[in-house]
Design a protein around this ligand. Structure first.
Ligand code: MRU
Length: 344
C-alpha cells in the first residue's frame, strides 16, 4: 500500500486526516487556502516535510482562488495567505522554507497571472516529488551507516517520521523501511510519543500496513529496552536543525538521545537539508511550539487527571549535537560538526 498523505488532485489537495488514524483512513478534500491553514494547525497534516508541502499547496490554492489580472493584487493575496500559514506551527523550518520558495517563485516568474497560477501548481508538485526522492536517498544513506553487527538490527524510533510525515516514504522511518527491504531489520521499537501518540497511532499503523516488524512501547520503557541490550541504533526525524547540529524534534527526543548516549547506542537524526536552519548557530534560538493543555489532560474524551492541575505542554525539545552520532541527509551522513560543509 502506498501511503500518500498530501496529494494535488487536479484542482484541490487531498489529505489523509491524520487525526483519525489509526481507527479510520479518511481522505479530506482541501479546496481553499485557509482550510489548509486550519488543517496544519489542527494537525490533520503534520510532520515537518509534510507541512512544508501542504503549505506549498496552500499557496498554489491561494493562487487559484484569487480573481484578478492585476499582478500586484495577486501577489498581495499570496502574501496574506503566507502570513496565515506562518502563524500555524513555529518549530518546523520546512514550513517557512516552502512558503518562501513559493513566494519567491511567484515574484520572480515573468508572465500573466494565468501563467503564474499554473506555474505555482507545477512548482508545489515539483517540491512534493523532490521531497519523496530526497527521502529515498536518506533511506539509502541511512542504511549504509547502520551498525554492521548484528546482521539483523533492532532499531528504535520516535514520533512519526514516516510516509505520513513526509510525502510517502519517510526520513527516520525511511531508514527503517530501507533496512527492512535490505533484510537488515529484525524489528523496530516504536515509542508511543505522548501526548499526541504519533508513534502509537501513526508509526505503528504504517508498520502494520507495510509489514514492517514493529513493537510498540510506552515512552518510559525506552531506557529499560536499551539497558537490556535490545536496541542497536536509534533513528529519529527533525523539525529544525541548527548549523552546529543541535536538533529540535518531538518532545521526548532529547531524553532518548541522552539514554542512547549513556548506553553507547548510536543515535541518528534523519532529515532533508531543508530542515537545517543555517541562520541559527545553535539550538537555543529554535522556537518551541507550546500546544493546548487539553492534549495532556486527556486522550480523546478520556480524562487522565484532575481538573485544576497545572499542565505544561511543549511540543518539541532540542537535542544537543553532542548526543547525535550522525545526521543522515540526502547528501550523505555527517557528524554534527561537519554539517556546516553542506551549507549552500
Ligand atoms: O507535532 P508533529 O507530529 O508535527 O511532530 C513531528 C515530528 O516531530 C517529526 O519527528 C518530525 O517532524 C520529522 S518528520 C519526518
Amino acid at each position: 500500500m502506498t501511503i500518500l498523505p498530501v496529494v494535488w488532485a487536479y484542482d484541490h489537495v487531498r489529505l489523509i486526516d491524520q487525526n483519525r488514524l489509526p481507527l479510520e483512513l479518511t481522505y479530506v478534500e482541501i479546496r481553499r487556502a485557509l482550510d489548509m491553514v486550519m488543517a496544519i494547525q489542527t494537525m490533520m497534516v503534520r510532520g515537518a516535510p509534510a507541512i512544508g508541502i501542504a503549505a506549498a499547496f496552500a499557496i498554489a490554492l491561494a493562487a487559484q482562488e484569487v480573481d484578478t489580472d492585476d499582478r500586484q493584487a495577486f501577489l498581495e493575496h499570496l502574501e496574506s495567505v503566507a502570513d496565515a500559514l506562518r502563524q500555524t506551527r513555529p518549530t518546523a523550518i520546512n514550513l517557512f522554507w516552502a512558503i518562501d520558495y513559493m513566494l519567491n517563485t511567484a515574484r520572480q516568474t515573468i508572465g500573466s497571472v494565468t501563467f503564474l497560477k499554473e506555474k505555482l501548481v507545477e512548482t508545489a508538485q515539483g517540491l512534493a516529488i523532490d521531497e519523496y526522492n530526497t527521502c529515498v536517498r536518506i533511506g539509502e544513506h541511512g542504511l549504509a551507516c547502520l551498525p554492521l553487527e548484528p546482521q539483523r538490527l533492532t532499531l528504535m524510533t520516535y514520533c512519526n517520521a514516516g510516509a505520513l510525515a513526509t510525502v510517502g516514504y519517510g526520513t527516520a522511518l525511511g531508514v527503517v523501511r530501507a533496512a527492512h527491504a535490505a533484510q537488515r531489520l529484525l524489528q523496530v521499537y516504536v515509542c508511543e510519543t505522548r501526548p499526541r501518540l504519533q508513534g502509537a497511532r501513526l508509526t505503528a499503523w504504517e508498520c502494520v500496513q507495510e509489514g514492517i516488524p514493529a513493537t510498540l512501547i510506552t515512552d518510559n520503557m525506552a531506557g529499560y529496552c536499551m539497558a537490556k541490550g535490545l536496541i542497536n541504533a536509534v533513528v529519529v526525524g527533525a523539525d529544525r536543525i541548527a548549523r552546529n547540529g543541535d536538533t529540535a524534534n518531538k518532545i521526548g527526543t532529547y531524553s532518548l538521545a541522552v539514554l542512547a548516549h549513556v548506553h553507547q547506542i548510536p543515535f541518528y537524526v534523519a532529515a532533508p537539508l531543508s530542515s537545517v536552519d543555517w541562520t541559527l548557530a545553535d539550538g537555543s534560538q529554535i522556537p518551541i511550539e507550546e500546544r493546548d493543555i487539553e492534549e495532556v489532560y486527556r486522550i480523546g474524551d478520556q480524562w487522565l487527571t484532575v481538573p485544576g492541575i497545572e499542565v505544561f505542554n511543549p511540543a518539541f525539545d532540542v537535542t544537543p549535537a553532542c548526543y547525535i552520532t550522525g545526521i543522515i541527509t540526502e547528501r550523505g551522513v555527517l557528524s554534527p560538526d561537519q554539517l556546516y560543509q553542506l551549507q549552500p
